[in-house]
Design a protein around this ligand. Structure first.
Ligand SMILES: [Zn+2]
Ligand SMILES: [Zn+2]
Ligand SMILES: [Zn+2]
Length: 357
């Protein structure tokens, strides 16, 4: 697989390098000038590309004559991927599609649109992991590498680096039903993927990083019987006071689930902050008289050193976004209050990721 650079630039706002028009992360063509565009995990940018003369399938970056040839990921022909890869890549798949172990049987009617939705969510996850500089492949036989099974009638979950996702999770109607049934207003495909990736990174960052003591002080002892905890959670429900300790009701089930829920929450926060910053959204912080703190420090949110500084940006943003949603008659954008206990857990995750960078 193409060696990926650790990215430390580019907010998620891209323009076509041919005509300057805005292009989005999922775009395959520039809607203004018609150029081919794709996402390059090597540069962490959307690139406009043109076909090399006489070489069907090979492209070069427009405006970068010295850059080497690139090609689209093989899954581009199914319309589910717009990532670029190097022509020397053995299997023709991009860095994100290369993580797929099982994909749906495309001869079955609704497989393709569901797979496309899965790929959209997975690419956002992988994008964030690359921005953090987290390993996708640890090179360690115990933790192995991150891999995905997206298939019909599997149980959504994680085992030894493999994230399984039931195709029903890519069905908007079914997801809405489950949101009701499990009282999970924030159930989303991307949320699932972020949660399940947390189990993989628990192995990498806590287990292999030998952070068990710190982990247990914050999240509890993960050696507690998982099956018993699961049964208890679904028979008795979460403890009444869960909002004082956890980011979600499900997090109260077992320390591993607390970690994965908090991990997903942290990834949500950082990516949303990154997007807000890229869009130039600068909500004024409370008690800050000089018009907000953002203009003074434009920085890479994925590399922010201080967790409290991250939160100083996050809280005003969520307040502003909630107000905007209410103006439209929608539910709150961010219906959470982070209790002190969860704040400490988020800060721990922040530190573990920073130490890996
Ligand atoms: Zn263009
Ligand atoms: Zn791909
Ligand atoms: Zn889990």
């Amino acid at each position: 697989m193409e060696r990926l650079q650790k990215a430390n630039q580019t907010m998620q706002r891209y323009s076509c390098s041919k005509c300057g028009s805005r292009v989005y992360f999922d775009n395959r063509t520039c809607l203004t000038c018609g150029s081919n565009v794709g996402f390059s995990p090597r540069t962490m940018r959307m690139e406009a590309v043109e076909q090399l003369p006489g070489n069907v399938g090979l492209y070069r970056r427009i405006g970068a004559p010295k850059a080497g040839a690139v090609r689209f990921c093989d899954n581009e022909r199914h319309g589910v991927c717009n990532w670029l890869t190097s022509p020397d890549d053995g299997n023709g798949l991009c860095a994100a599609c290369d993580l797929n172990r099982v994909i749906p049987n495309l001869s079955e009617g609704d497989s393709l649109p569901k797979w496309a939705e899965f790929e959209r969510a997975k690419k956002r996850l992988v994008y964030g992991l690359l921005r953090f500089g987290l390993p996708l492949d640890t090179g360690n036989p115990t933790s192995g590498r991150l891999a995905f099974d997206f298939a019909r009638d599997v149980v959504t979950g994680h085992l030894d680096g493999v994230i399984s996702v039931d195709m029903a999770e890519a069905d908007a109607v079914e997801r809405a039903r489950q949101r009701q049934q499990f009282s999970e207003p924030y159930r989303s495909l991307l949320g699932h993927l972020r949660h399940e990736s947390g189990h993989f990174y628990w192995t990498v960052l806590v287990d292999e990083g030998n952070k068990h003591d710190e982990f247990r002080r914050l999240f509890g002892d993960e050696r507690a019987d998982y099956q018993a905890a699961l049964q208890h959670h679904y028979s008795a429900g979460p403890p009444q006071d869960w909002p004082e300790h956890f980011v979600s009701a499900y997090a109260s089930m077992h320390p591993w689930e607390d970690w994965a829920e908090t991990w997903a929450h942290y990834l949500h926060m950082v990516e949303t902050l990154d997007t807000a910053q890229a869009e130039g959204m600068e909500p004024g912080a409370a008690n800050f008289s000089l018009g907000g703190i953002w203009p003074f420090k434009r920085y890479d949110v994925y590399r922010e050193e201080s967790f409290s500084s991250l939160m100083d940006h996050w809280v005003p943003l969520t307040i502003a976004m909630n107000s905007i949603n209410r103006s439209m008659g929608h539910e709150d954008f961010y219906p959470f209050v982070i209790p002190a206990a969860a704040y400490g857990k988020l800060a721990f995750i922040h530190q573990l990721i920073r130490r890996r960078q």
